[in-house]
Design a protein around this ligand. Structure first.
Ligand SMILES: [Zn+2]
Ligand SMILES: [Zn+2]
Length: 249
């Protein structure tokens, strides 16, 4: 599914989202999907007439296993470079390289999730040379190393788990392991000062217009970020109207 020219939401990746950036010279991924997604990514790449070996970069939004889970398998086949913020990585031994996934200090060891080396440390303000410029916005809160990527030309924000959409509304994350409320509130305020029409979240459906305006409306209406109490309290209503279980009600 092409969200805007050159940005595809990879179909078949379940639960979380992986987005494929398509350029004539190379391909890149935003997040790798949960474990067992690599073959689905490769199949999609082939379905648009490209080769998995053209994947050069995997840009991580954060270190949670549902986003990192297939990076190792993707790197193994393609040799792609994994980009991540240092705050979501850990060293296996003193002085060793930095890794994502597994025992990161923010998530316990998760079955099926193999650690992945983070080859390149992203920092706030860096601009990757993809689709005319993909700007790194450090947005700690969901996890310490959560980042969003702003595709400046399209006004499109890849928000990881910092923000979600169901295709209509903007919503926020519940406090999963690694969460810090004050950081999260500050990051949301910073995002609300930016302009982006399109929101590609780490779960749910892309929102195609008016995204930053909707974020401002949400923060005005409900300044407090979601809690687990509110999340669990909303489950009966979600089941009744079949709302997805990501983000606040
Ligand atoms: Zn997450
Ligand atoms: Zn997630």
């Amino acid at each position: 599914m092409e969200v805007v020219p050159g940005v595809h939401a990879v179909p078949g990746v379940r639960w979380s989202r992986a987005y494929l950036i398509v350029e004539s010279e190379q391909l890149a991924l935003i997040d790798s999907g949960p474990p067992m997604s690599a073959r689905r990514v490769f199949r999609y790449v082939e379905s648009i007439g490209r080769r998995p070996e053209e994947l050069r970069h995997v840009m991580m939004t954060h270190g949670h296993p549902d986003h990192v889970g297939s990076a190792r398998a993707i790197v193994k086949r393609t040799g792609a470079v994994v980009h991540a913020h240092t705050s979501d990585t850990h060293r296996k031994r003193r002085g060793s390289r930095r890794y994502l996934g597994g025992a990161t200090g923010i998530v316990a060891r998760v079955p099926l999730v193999r650690t992945t080396e983070a080859h390149f440390q992203v920092e706030h303000g860096q601009v990757a040379d993809l689709l005319g410029g993909l700007r790194v916005v450090h947005t700690p809160g969901h996890t310490p190393g959560s980042v969003c990527y702003l595709l400046e030309r399209e006004g499109l924000l890849f928000s990881g788990d910092t923000l979600f959409s169901d295709g209509e509304r903007v919503s926020r994350s519940a406090p999963f392991p690694g969460y810090n409320r004050d950081d999260y509130v500050a990051s949301l305020r910073a995002l609300a000062e930016m302009e982006f029409g399109v929101l590609c979240g780490g779960h749910g459906e892309p929102l195609l217009r008016g995204a930053s305006r909707r974020l401002r409306e949400l923060l005005d209406a409900r300044p407090e970020p979601p809690t687990w109490g509110g999340f669990f309290g909303s489950i009966p209503r979600r089941m009744r109207v079949r709302r997805p279980f990501t983000g606040e009600w």
